[in-house]
Design a protein around this ligand. Structure first.
Ligand code: AGP
Length: 612
């Protein structure tokens, strides 16, 4: 949530900051701003609205200088106004700061500062940090920031500049990511490596309690005692084009269509015919330790939590290991009894979700081995887990998660195969699964061929106010995911349920204006789902069925009963979530488009939720 970009070097900072903010706009987009320094003059420009509004403002009032900080905001304290946009200033405009995170004790700090005569110009928690730095600043900005950090309770990723020391950019991190980009005679600071693309691929990730001090010709990393620490410089392997929209109108659509390739990347080098199994480099657990695992707890939020639910079915069916799926926000505060041989697996696209990170840390504290499935390389969760697997989905910019979900499910299926092969799965079964998984990207490619039909269905239902998504077994979590996709980008109220559960309450919602999307399994419960479908039709509810192709009898039954039918390729039941989710993603996309919603930047949301 919120994005930070800072620059110090030989070039004008403004265009670099604006370009970086554009890349981070998906992190928060209710206001934006920047502060640059030319000599000892600080230029502050900020504006409610999108980056485009800031750019218009900069056209009239450019900000000169080769040093600057910038921010795109997702409001936590105070509404999205020009005033509350970052950067915030203190010391008569001599200090500017941008901040991600939440300062939990800001009310107390504000009261103390007000008692000292400080007048506040904004409603934000961040402004207290600016005034505290001003109070502590003698002649060394780095020392002033260092003295202020212990006074702050909560989380921060921050960047500070001062006209009193116009050759240095200071950053600090606690619970909110920051990364330094190392260039030739220039350095950048960002909350997300995507902002650095096109400038450098050499980066250093800050750890909690670390500060960074950037100059045009050098950089230092300091620990809480102000001692210089050695840091590993890493290389980012994403190319700038990965983070562009290409020929697509929206990131979400691009990412939906990238799914077949993303799945290929997730499986690349991990399917092992010789063992009829899958291989992973980074679990950091040997076969003996894994065999001892008696239970897994999967913890995640949002779409990643839905992937975890699919994972529960996969692990229990294929590996015969019990799994519990926990919302990270609940799990972190629960004191659930867990025996020693429980492995905790955090599932997260961003690797920065505050609740998932807290759940992981709590599990580590209790002595559990922790694993993470992450997409963002070098993210906090990826670094803090004892072991893990990268999703290799490539950058996901659209706020609505699509390809990350698919790769999460795919990696969970590979893990289930791997664990299953250590137990009861035969090599014949393992080889069959490898073959089925290799065929998956093409099946998803074909599933995406339903684009035009989906657009037609979306046009038919674009004005509805409620929708139901119903599925059973492996397709129940997909129903939840379809409903989440629809509500987050089209603002239509939608609920996902296990198909049989709707009789226990939600069926009361059914009328001619409440369509139900039925996800039909190819497996054993198909007749049961068809009965559930009849129950909806009997009450006048329109039905959109998504069903596997190739079964004439099923097709005839559906053509008789459903208002619209979309066929997806026939795949084994455990892989059905991956072909069935594609039309649901497209349906949400087209409904949102037809309703004139901002698909990539839905209201009130941000890509990665780094506050509680
Ligand atoms: C999904 O479309 C979301 N925008 C959201 O639910 C997301 O999946 C959730 O915030 C978890 O994010 P993570 O995977 O980065 O941890």
């Amino acid at each position: 949530m919120c994005g930070i970009v800072g620059y110090i070097g030989q070039r004008e900072a403004e265009p670099i900051l604006v370009e970086g903010l554009r890349r981070l706009e998906y992190r928060g987009y209710d206001s934006a701003g920047l502060a640059t320094l030319s000599g000892a003059e600080l230029h502050l420009r900020k504006q409610a609205g999108r980056i485009a509004d800031l750019v218009r403002h900069l056209r009239d009032r450019p900000a000169a200088g080769c040093l600057g900080i910038s921010h795109t905001r997702w409001a936590t304290h105070g509404p999205a106004t020009d005033r509350n946009a970052h950067p915030h200033v203190a010391g008569n405009g001599s200090i500017a700061i941008v901040h991600n995170g939440v300062i939990e004790n800001y009310t107390n700090l504000k009261r103390q500062l007000q008692a000292d005569g400080v007048v506040f110009a904004t409603d934000t928690d961040t402004e207290v940090i600016a005034h505290l730095i001003d109070q502590h600043l003698q002649d060394d900005l780095v020392e002033a920031v260092r003295q202020v950090l212990p006074l702050l309770k909560g989380t921060y990723g921050l960047a500070v500049v001062s006209s009193r020391q116009p050759d240095v950019l200071v950053g600090a991190r606690l619970g909110s990511p920051l990364v330094v980009g190392i260039g030739a005679d220039e350095h950048l600071l960002a909350s997300d490596p995507a902002a650095l693309l096109g400038h450098t691929r050499n980066v250093v990730y800050l750890q909690d309690h670390q500060m960074c001090v950037l100059r045009a010709d050098g950089w230092d990393l300091l620990d809480a005692n102000h001692t210089r620490v050695a840091a590993a410089v890493q290389r980012i392997d994403w190319a700038p084009a990965d983070a562009d929209k290409g020929p697509y109108e929206h990131y979400m659509l691009k990412e939906i269509y990238e799914q077949p390739e993303a799945l290929e990347n997730a499986m690349r080098g991990r399917l092992a015919d010789a063992d009829a199994s899958a291989h992973f480099g980074g679990l950091n657990l040997n076969a003996r330790q894994l065999r001892r695992a008696e239970r897994f707890v999967f913890t995640a939020c949002g779409t990643s939590w839905h992937a975890a639910l699919v994972g529960e079915y996969l692990f229990e069916e294929l590996a015969r290991i019990p799994v519990e799926v926990e919302y990270a926000s609940e799990f972190r505060y629960r004191n659930a009894p867990m025996d020693r041989n429980t492995i905790v697996l955090a599932i997260t696209q961003s690797g920065e979700t505050a609740d998932t990170l807290a759940a992981l840390r709590e599990s580590k504290r209790k002595g559990h081995h922790t694993l993470a499935l992450c997409n963002v390389v070098g993210s906090t969760i990826a670094r803090e887990a004892d072991g893990g697997v990268y999703l290799h989905a490539g950058p996901e910019i659209g706020v609505a998660s699509t390809k990350a979900f698919s790769n999460q499910v795919c990696v969970l299926a590979m893990l289930a195969l791997y664990l299953g092969r250590m137990g009861h799965l035969s090599s014949i079964q393992g080889l069959r699964m490898l073959k089925e998984m290799r065929a998956l990207p093409n099946a998803v490619r074909r599933a995406l061929g339903c684009h035009d039909d989906v657009r037609r269905i979306a046009a038919k239902y674009q004005h509805v106010r409620n929708m139901l998504y119903l599925g059973r077994q492996y397709l129940f979590p997909v129903a939840l995911e379809g409903a989440l996709k629809l509500k987050e980008i089209s603002y239509i109220h939608a609920e996902g349920y296990p198909a049989a559960e709707m009789k226990h309450g939600p069926i009361a919602l059914v009328d001619e204006n409440t369509p139900s999307v039925f996800l039909i399994n190819a497996g054993g419960v198909v007749d049961k789902v068809l009965s559930n479908l009849e129950e909806i039709k009997a009450r006048g509810g329109p039905v959109i069925a998504i069903a596997p192709e190739g079964d004439d009898e099923l097709a005839n039954q559906l053509h008789d009963r459903a208002d619209d039918v979309l066929f997806v390729p026939q795949v084994p039941e455990y892989l059905q979530p991956l072909v069935s989710v594609a039309p649901l993603q497209l349906l949400a996309y087209h409904m949102a488009l037809l309703r004139d919603c901002d698909v990539d930047k839905p209201r009130n949301l941000a890509k990665s939720v780094t506050v509680e």
